[in-house]
Design a protein around this ligand. Structure first.
Ligand SMILES: NC(=O)c1ccc[n+]([C@@H]2O[C@H](COP(=O)([O-])OP(=O)(O)OC[C@H]3O[C@@H](n4cnc5c(N)ncnc54)[C@H](OP(=O)(O)O)[C@@H]3O)[C@@H](O)[C@H]2O)c1
Length: 243
């Protein structure tokens, strides 16, 4: 029989919580009674997520550009002041880019590496001291099928998601002895704004919905006693290439 952790009152920081997968994770964890720090660039979208949880007073809305030092400092400062600790970090904020290799501007490469790989690295570093004080410390990084595969027109995105996976694997080994779990969820195409913009030819039919990713995230957080799971991949066939 699987032992399920009671998440009521536990605290999570979720990046990219203003829509798509991040919002779905926020709503699912809020349902389990967690207190959430919701970060992303757009304050209005974050406030909407907080309202949708039905418990906006338990939610911290932390708008910030997480690729900047100031953005990360502001988020961490308010988080530490209000939550006095952290149980779960979900690195979900990210961007996609679909461009031929030779036409990918280096500025665009730098931008995508910054939010998809560098920011999660920094947030893991900054959150570890808080997570160490938790009874159930968990980090979930949202990778992609592109953490494992390479598709034409996605060299910068693939580089960033491979980097995220590599960092997560090494970190998972490093902190496992302290009881800190590090997981990567690698989705195929999920029907969010990212896909609607990058692949306007696709419809929702047959695609993953954000709530499925949220369910996986909740499972990983709630089940600490069923063995170490480094990574979950969830793909649907037939609609490649994906993000
Ligand atoms: N959709 C898919 O098919 C798919 C597949 C595999 C993996 N993923 C990954 O899943 C994650 C979520 O994507 P999604 O599909 O839910 O897309 P989305 O709706 O576009 O969400 C991306 C989120 O990242 C935030 N973000 C982007 N740049 C940021 C920055 N500099 N600072 C702070 N926040 C920033 C955005 O915030 P604002 O809206 O406030 O700008 C947005 O909330 C991403 O890491 C993506 O790579 C998606």
């Amino acid at each position: 029989m699987l032992k399920t952790l009671d998440l009521n009152g536990k605290r999570a920081l979720i990046t990219g919580a203003g829509g798509g997968i991040g919002r779905a994770i926020a709503l699912r964890l809020a349902e389990s009674g967690m207190k959430l720090a919701l970060s992303g660039r757009d304050a209005g979208k974050l406030m909407r997520t907080a309202a949708l949880t039905g418990r906006p007073l338990d939610m911290l809305v932390l708008p910030a550009d997480l690729t900047t030092q100031k953005g990360v400092d502001d988020v961490m400062h308010i988080l530490e002041g209000h939550f006095k600790g952290l149980d779960v970090l979900v690195n979900n904020a990210g961007m996609a880019l679909s461009k031929p290799f030779e036409e990918t501007p280096i500025e665009a490469y730098d931008r995508i590496m910054a939010i998809n790989a560098r920011t999660p690295f920094i947030l893991c570093q900054r959150c570890l001291p808080l997570l160490r004080k938790s009874e159930c410390p968990t980090i979930i990084n949202i990778g992609s099928v592109v953490s494992h595969k390479g598709y034409a027109l996605q060299s910068a995105y693939a580089a960033s998601k491979h980097a995220l996976l590599g960092m997560s694997k090494a970190l998972a080994k490093e902190v496992a002895p302290e009881g800190i779990r590090v997981h990567v969820i690698s989705p195929g195409g999920v029907f969010t704004d990212m896909v609607r913009i990058a692949r306007p030819d696709l419809t929702e039919e047959g695609m993953i919905v954000p709530e499925e990713i949220a369910e996986l995230a909740a499972f990983l957080i709630e089940h600490r006693h069923c063995g170490v799971i480094d990574e979950i991949q969830i793909h649907r066939t037939g609609k490649e290439p994906f993000l």
